[in-house]
Design a binder for this molecule. Structure first.
Ligand code: SF4
Length: 697
């Protein structure tokens, strides 16, 4: 009976960056079912994860008591059963666990220096929790070694956006596609990864909009596309520069816009001359006439948008990929008007908000640089003199290397799972095992918690209050529907306790107190009070209490010196690792519709795990035939870093020399294979390209 519930609570889906608003129907203290409600991003729609992915919060694996590693526990490693761990950890009181957790971190700080302790916060937590976490590391340990999963998803996109348009957020909401007549979707698979956003893309195509899909792997959006460019993996810059070359040589650029709003055009135009469609065609695998047609279609649009995902960002040249997309929008004047703009589709539900809140090693809240004396002085005035260190901190990947180098000896990890999410997992896991003191705060005994000294049981989204910010820059309120299980606590409470035990003068008593302080440091949140968010979602920036916020940015110039955006030329750089005789194919990784990131939540959601229960990879049917493997049979994938055996699916969308591997499955962890080489600017690993050997298992 769908009317049989005790209460309904409005909140926000905890999965992807679309930020769908949901109504949680609660009966007898448990969530009974979920419905979509009329949020600005979803307008009542939900995908299968939002609709059926909530019952992980009642899973018997939930942590309900603080845990401390036993003195006689076996050596740290991947050796803990998340449902049966009492031979490795013992239950403790909160008092003892917090004392041990904070004591270990402060001892390292006081004896070996604050820089020996690093922190990973979480994009799964609220804005207030992200703000508290970065402040805890900066104020508590005196450095900027704090980061989160943005380093593994859009760090290179943000680097290019900051460099060239002066702001890391999207320039237009995805709903603006309603006002566009052409849209490019590149390196993203929204039907699986941003499903509700994809419904707007399909509607756009249905009403006659030209949808240009660019992806080395085929995908469901292809059925709605006017153009499908299935280019060779790793050749994004060659393809995009060829398209821009056509726009230059055929005079399709918007001279007035370029003159009025940009800089460095002459250098860009000169640079593009050598990227003719004929010369790039062989590299990217798309014929010259198609490249010309796409260039003419995009440049000839009244209003055009560009959407991109990890296929663009997760490369050693991810920043260059984004630079090309920014240049394409700028040279055609497709930015700053309805139906135009640049939109990197964010992954986690609050990766935009966590980044905005300063959970990154080079920026304080609102992307204010730690290297600016003026910025540091303003935060020191609020947090205490000398709090903010002037040096940029280490990133996720650098911190894990820093453990191996003896530089990092202690970590506080909240809600992140680097023992599954980082590239070259054997290296990452060995690093976690080397730590003198590791505190993990999470809702399950994750793969990362295997290596912990203290585990703090935290809360799921439906058990706490807090704001989150979606891919559209929309700030929304999450509300508690049920209490945390057992002795588990809301994350913000644990962080405040930790801060106080580290000697910080923290007196917050509710997330609204944290929000008020955070908003006072962030001009982007001007006119967006906690009370306002209790009643409505607001898109930042907003000009006043009655303005719902700006869906489109940069109508009158850019937040850069002189108000001009910049063209930054990009060269073709090969992926770090090339196929060879030993590893002749290309491995690419990604997500599946039903599973979320490292699987800690969705693999414990009954319906989602029933729909997609088994680790799998996808290969072209001809490749399977050549290997002598039936669809549903098993293959062994080997790279220079590791080897896994996994069930193989036949999928014509995958090129014959490629294998697609989802990364949600611990039993066949994709990141045992991936290449840790990073983009030198965004510091993001090349998850999308590694040389691999595929054999019949
Ligand atoms: Fe949740 Fe994203 Fe699905 Fe919306 S599209 S219901 S935010 S997973």
């Amino acid at each position: 009976d769908r009317k049989d519930f005790d209460k309904e609570v409005a909140s926000v889906c905890p999965f992807c960056g679309v930020g769908c608003q949901i109504s949680l129907k609660v009966k007898d203290g448990k969530i009974k079912y979920v419905e979509g409600i009329d949020g600005p991003a979803n307008q009542n729609r939900l995908c299968v994860k939002g609709r059926f992915g909530f019952d992980y919060i009642n899973h018997p694996h939930r942590l309900t008591k603080p845990l401390i590693r036993r003195d006689d526990a076996p050596a740290k490693g991947m050796n803990v059963d998340p449902g049966n761990y009492l031979d490795v950890f013992r239950e403790a009181t909160w008092e003892e666990a917090m004392d041990r957790a904070a004591g270990g971190l402060s001892e390292l700080r006081d004896t070996q220096g604050g820089q020996t302790v690093a922190g990973f916060g979480s994009a799964k937590c609220s804005n207030e929790e992200a703000y508290l976490f970065q402040k805890l590391i900066r104020q508590g340990f005196g450095h900027n070694n704090v980061d989160h999963c943005t380093r593994l998803c859009h760090a290179s996109s943000v680097a290019a956006l900051m460099e060239n348009v002066g702001s890391g957020g999207v320039t237009a909401t995805f709903n603006e596609i309603e006002n566009a007549d052409v849209a490019i979707v590149i390196g993203a698979n929204p039907v699986e990864n941003h499903p509700v956003a994809a419904t707007y893309f399909k509607q756009f195509a249905a009403r006659g909009g030209k949808l240009i899909v660019m992806d080395p792997r085929g995908q469901a959006l292809k059925r709605h596309a006017s153009h499908m460019l299935q280019f060779k993996p790793g050749t994004d810059v060659a393809m995009l520069n060829a398209i821009c070359n056509v726009i230059v040589t055929e005079g399709l650029f918007d001279e007035q816009y370029i003159d009025g709003y940009t800089e460095n055009w002459d250098a860009e135009r000169e640079h593009l001359k050598r990227f003719t469609p004929e010369s790039m065609s062989e590299i990217c695998g798309i014929d010259a006439e198609t490249l010309r047609d796409v260039a003419r279609t995009f440049a000839g649009a009244q209003s055009a948008m560009i959407f991109w995902g990890m296929g663009i960002s997760q490369h050693t040249y991810g920043t260059d990929n984004s630079r090309c997309l920014i240049s394409l929008a700028l040279m055609t004047g497709q930015i700053g008007r309805p139906g135009t703009g640049l939109h990197p589709l964010r992954g986690q539900n609050n990766v935009q908000g966590a980044s905005d809140a300063g959970l990154i090693p080079m920026y304080l809240p609102d992307y204010q640089s730690v290297t600016s004396a003026e910025v540091r002085a303003s935060f020191d005035a609020l947090w205490g003199a000398g709090t903010v260190a002037a040096e940029k901190g280490l990133t996720v990947t650098e911190i894990l290397q820093g453990i191996h180098d003896g530089q990092i000896k202690g970590m506080f990890i909240q809600g992140e799972n680097p023992a599954m999410s980082d590239p070259d997992l054997d290296h990452a896991r060995a690093g976690l095992a080397m730590l003198d003191h590791l505190v993990v705060q999470d809702i399950f005994l994750t793969e990362t918690a295997n290596f912990a000294d203290v585990i703090l049981p935290a809360s799921a989204f439906a058990e706490k209050t807090g704001t989150v910010t979606n891919t559209n820059r929309q700030v929304q309120m999450g509300r508690p529907a049920v209490p945390p299980p057992g002795e588990a606590r809301e994350d913000w409470r644990i962080l405040i306790d930790m801060g106080q035990r580290l000697g910080l003068d923290w007196t917050y008593s509710h997330p609204r107190d944290v929000y008020a302080e955070m908003a006072s440091t962030m001009p982007s949140l001007d006119h967006i009070s906690w009370d306002r968010l209790e009643h409505q979602a607001v898109t930042y920036p907003t000009s006043g209490p009655d303005d719902p916020g700006q869906s489109i940015l940069f109508a009158d110039g850019f937040p850069r010196e002189g108000g001009r955006a910049r063209f930054t030329p990009a060269d073709v750089i090969a992926p770090d690792e090339q196929p060879d005789a030993e590893y002749p194919m290309v491995l690419t990784t990604g997500r599946q519709l039903e599973h979320w990131h490292t699987g800690a939540m969705t693999r414990r959601a009954t319906v989602l795990d029933a729909v997609e229960p088994q680790a799998n990879c996808s290969l072209h049917p001809h490749t399977l035939r050549d290997l002598g493997v039936e669809a549903g049979g098993y293959v062994t994938l080997s790279t220079r870093r590791g080897r896994i055996t996994v069930m193989a699916r036949a999928d014509r969308a995958v090129a014959r020399d490629m294998v697609f591997l989802p990364f949600a499955y611990v039993e066949a962890a994709a990141n045992l294979l991936t290449n840790p080489a990073i983009d030198p600017i965004g510091k993001i690993p090349e998850f999308k390209y590694a040389a691999v050997r595929v054999e019949k298992a």
